[in-house]
Design a protein around this ligand. Structure first.
Ligand code: ATP
Ligand code: SF4
Length: 332
């Protein structure tokens, strides 16, 4: 296993305070390794975006971090807790160490400025001493990296297609050569062909530049294709985590299984599309015990009463897996 670049430890995030608080992220621990693509999947409302906003401390009010640590391991120098950074340190951490492409980011380009101006602004803000000619060369290089010809530098966002705008956003995210790129539903607004083209290009860039990616989407089929490992989130908790091929071949948590049976098989035998009955839980009023139990066809005696914690059971073939389900109690 490669070195960790980001370790999320027992992160808890609420919206609001007191009895009315929504516990959107609960006791989440997750490690992103250097150079890997870690996928995070779950239905709408499972807490994926809140986790991304929480770990970068970009939570909008009434979001509050109730506890936990996010340990960042820079390429050089000692590790530190992002939760303990000052505002000035945080500003340097974002973009330079970790950059984020959020949902609908392609619409967040400023319509009144040329693409070149917006790219150069990002570089100037963080590298004020870089000569103007070097900044320009860097901006051209970034666009080339994401497959946009340099002669589009002087286009306004409305003169570019949705796919091109999204590529520009990815170029901006890579501007300061961050160690981590967080992508929250980066391609949801694009057609499937364009989605895959952009993601393929991102993976190629990752191989060349060596950054790590936390890739968040409700579309598990994309993760199976593009990530190294996948974590599944339900009701604010991680319920299973596994290498992408193992999860696809042999998921252990009934919720992961339901998600996998919600899209057609990419290859091999056809899967029956069964979906998941019912709807995601109301985070203000979570079911007792395993929060998935009202929807789970395999629920049994302990499920309504006892919360299963993420454990590491061994499978009959001797492998260790990571899952929170009473069907797979941790051994030893
Ligand atoms: P989606 O894929 O739809 O973005 P998600 O898995 O990213 O879903 P979040 O957006 O993180 O989920 O939301 C998690 C929970 O937090 C949801 O139940 C949502 O209702 C709640 N939530 C999100 N933002 C707020 C807010 N500003 N105030 C109160 N509750 C919120
Ligand atoms: Fe289903 Fe029980 Fe496992 Fe929850 S703990 S997923 S209810 S079998």
């Amino acid at each position: 296993m490669k070195d960790p670049v980001l370790e999320i430890r027992d992160l808890n995030v609420d919206y609001g305070l007191g009895d009315q608080a929504v516990h959107a992220v609960r006791d989440v621990s997750l490690t992103l390794h250097r150079g890997e693509v870690l996928g995070l999947a779950g239905e709408s409302g499972s807490g994926k975006s809140t986790l991304a906003y929480g770990l970068t401390r970009l939570l909008p009010p009434p979001g509050v971090i109730r506890g936990g640590q996010v340990i960042y391991h820079p390429a050089a120098g000692p590790a530190y807790d992002v939760m303990a950074l000052s505002h000035a340190e945080l500003r340097a951490f974002r973009w330079a160490e970790t950059s984020i492409v959020f949902q609908g980011a392609m619409n967040s380009l400023n319509p009144v400025y040329k693409v070149s101006t917006q790219l150069l602004d990002v570089i100037r803000a963080h590298e004020p001493r870089m000569p103007a000619s070097a900044r320009l060369a860097r901006a051209r290089e970034l666009l080339r990296l994401v497959g946009i010809a340099a002669d589009r530098m002087d286009s306004y966002p409305h003169q570019l297609s949705g796919g091109m705008r999204q590529r520009v956003m990815i170029g901006m995210a890579l501007a300061l050569e961050p160690q981590i790129v967080i992508m929250d539903e980066p391609t949801t607004a694009l057609d499937v062909v364009m989605q895959r083209q952009i993601l393929r290009q991102l993976i190629e860039l990752r191989e060349r530049l060596g950054f790590s990616v936390l890739f968040i989407t409700h579309d598990l089929s994309l993760l199976v294709e593009f990530s190294d490992r996948i974590a599944i989130m339900y009701g604010g908790r991680i319920v299973e985590e596994a290498p992408a091929p193992a999860l696809y071949r042999d998921s252990l948590h009934p919720y992961s299984d339901g998600l996998l049976h919600s899209f057609p098989a990419l290859r091999g035998e056809r899967r029956e599309l069964t979906g998941i009955p019912g709807s995601p839980p109301d985070l203000r009023n979570m079911p007792t015990g395993c929060s998935f139990h009202p929807r789970c066809s395999k629920a049994f005696e302990p499920c309504p009463d006892r919360v299963p914690v993420l454990g590491h059971p061994r499978t009959p073939d001797g492998r260790t897996r990571t899952v929170a389900c009473w069907l797979h109690p941790a051994t030893g």
